[in-house]
Design a protein around this ligand. Structure first.
Ligand SMILES: [Zn+2]
Length: 550
């Protein structure tokens, strides 16, 4: 029986809401488990035993009986391209969490019917065919023609390849016996011996992007509806906060409006700033960087980092096995990063391949001597190829790690591309054991799927979506959860407000349909929030959602 009760010091009004009879996994520094939590004015005011919390109730206190359910802090993804996703979300047919090919085909058929002849049916990443447990095989042009003969269909697997049907090839101007249309990288349009396009476009980001760029986005008048559907899906998946590379202005405007109305359902922390693509652009960027003002917002929307790219030519692709940064490129990178340090800005930078990480650390060590970065929370992002020595160098610099395991969907492809080394990409246990401060993200919604319980399942089992074992550096459930909550609160500069269920922090929490700490490891990906709360407000309620679906 738990006898303690932690209460805020100040005398205050009785709680608005009490959740009791639960298993409150607080994720505080001691990983305390409690029974009940009291919330007032959007913040947690007390955590403790049923009895102690019940005593705080006033005449108007609302109560929710958790009936034994587990509660965890709202999950934070430190790096997801959330606002970009809003521009396509309503039009995309997402395969996140769809582990049956048969189901995916049924979804394709239904979507084609729903949108009508001639309209695009597409998705832009977030899945790979290896996630289908019933029949893990790619789609063919002929198959997609049969499923949706009257619609152009484009299905993008991560950034690896795109499957197109005949109508899509036609719409994109890709023909037999004709040169590739402008914008496509040579050799990325797959053709058979006779020159007929097979319907597959393959070759990392440069190959897939020309297709994505031609797909119709959500119309401006539907952007708000698309954003709402997106945030509802995030809340349903258990996300309450996201670090967002590239906060697109017209979507951010909608978020700002919702914030003013008290209706913003995902806290949004922007990672922004223009990278240089060549020396001339670096010249211009150097004038802009000193004018950048971060931290002008609040716990709903803020700008927190320069990122995620510093110098375009040193932005590692996803499936390259090796990089070779040149002295000239690094000199440009250093000009940018030096100015960012001088301006006192936090930096969150894309760094993936082993040699790129070494080269960046060389530069940062030099910069640090002139403009110390110790208090700036400089962060390397993705780092699937990092090693123990590099983690030590980062620690000595006072840096942080934003870990985005692309293997959650790409695991099988990575084993083809990188061989056995893929078992250590990312080296989660090495990162955990290094003692560096690190947090989880996905890099969704194109590079990866977005659902946090799928990433937690990967972290604990080493298995990708679909169940194949692709990583040997598993970590404990507790460490994985800490990296998705308390550690990430730090990585989005909200450690005083978010990341644990403790007096004084904002009441962002999830009530789960099963206990994260005791459910069989293979079932972690199946965990669903029955309720998601943000600042004491219920933003997702599974029973209400089920009613609405009827
Ligand atoms: Zn990136």
């Amino acid at each position: 029986m738990l006898a303690f009760v932690a209460i805020m010091q100040a005398q205050q009004a009785p709680p608005d809401l009490i959740l009791s009879n639960g298993k409150i996994i607080t994720v505080d520094e001691r990983f305390t488990i409690a029974q009940a939590v009291a919330i007032q004015g959007g913040r947690v005011v007390a955590v403790g035993s049923n009895q102690a919390i019940a005593q705080l109730a006033g005449p108007n206190t609302r109560r929710i009986d958790l009936m034994g359910k587990a509660v965890i802090p709202g999950l934070i993804d430190n790096h997801m391209h959330l606002l970009r996703a809003a521009t396509t979300w309503l039009r995309e047919l997402r395969f996140d969490g769809v582990n049956s090919r048969q189901q995916a085909v049924a979804m394709l058929r239904a979507r084609a019917q729903a949108v009508g002849p001639g309209e695009w049916v597409y998705n832009i990443g977030g899945w790979t065919h290896q996630q289908f447990t019933d029949d893990p095989k790619p789609f063919t042009r002929e198959e997609l023609d049969k499923i949706a003969p009257d619609n152009p269909v484009s299905l993008q697997e991560s950034y690896y390849q795109v499957f197109l049907n005949s109508r899509a090839l036609q719409a994109l101007g890709i023909e037999a016996n004709a040169p590739d249309p402008a914008g496509f990288v040579k050799g990325t349009i797959m053709r058979d011996a006779s020159g007929k396009p097979t319907g597959v476009i393959r070759g990392d980001i440069p190959a897939t992007r020309p297709v994505a760029a031609k797909l119709p986005k959500v119309a401006p008048e539907h952007l708000e509806e698309s954003s709402r559907a997106l945030l509802q899906d995030m809340n349903r998946a258990g996300l309450t906060s996201v670090g967002v590379p590239g906060c697109i202005a017209d979507v951010l405007e909608i978020f700002q409006k919702w914030k003013a109305q008290g209706q913003l359902n995902v806290r949004t922390f922007c990672i922004d700033g223009a990278a240089g693509a060549n020396p001339e652009q670096v010249d211009r960027a150097l004038e802009q960087i000193p004018k950048i003002k971060l931290f002008q917002g609040d716990s709903y929307i803020d700008n927190i980092f320069f990122g995620e790219s510093v110098y375009g030519p040193l932005h590692d692709p996803m499936f390259a096995t090796k990089s070779d940064p040149t002295a000239e490129q690094l000199a440009q990178w250093r000009r940018m990063a030096m100015e960012i340090a001088k301006a006192g800005l936090p930096l969150h930078v894309h760094a993936e391949l082993h040699d790129t990480i070494d080269a960046f650390l060389d530069q940062i060590e030099a910069i640090n001597k002139e403009h110390p970065i110790k208090s700036l929370r400089w962060t390397l992002a993705h780092i699937n190829q990092i090693n123990a020595q590099q983690l030590d160098r980062m620690k000595n610099l006072g840096m942080y790690a934003a870990v985005h395991p692309w293997a959650v969907i790409n695991g099988a492809i990575m084993h083809d591309e990188f061989g056995d080394g893929a078992y250590d990409m990312p080296p989660l246990r090495t990162i955990q054991n290094s003692g560096i401060q690190w947090g989880f993200g996905t890099d969704g919604t194109a590079a990866n799927q977005y659902r946090p319980f799928t990433t937690l399942y990967f972290a604990v089992t080493g298995k990708m979506t679909g169940g194949a074992k692709v990583n040997r550096q598993t970590i404990s459930r507790e460490d994985a959860l800490i990296a998705y909550t308390r550690k990430n609160a730090y990585l989005v500069f909200q450690e005083d407000n978010l990341g644990s269920i403790q007096p004084g922090k904002l009441a962002d929490l999830l009530v789960l349909d099963r206990d994260y700490l005791t459910v069989p490891a293979d079932d972690i990906a199946k965990i669903k929030p029955v309720m998601t709360m943000l600042g004491g407000r219920i933003v997702y309620d599974a029973s209400v959602a089920a009613q609405a679906a009827k």
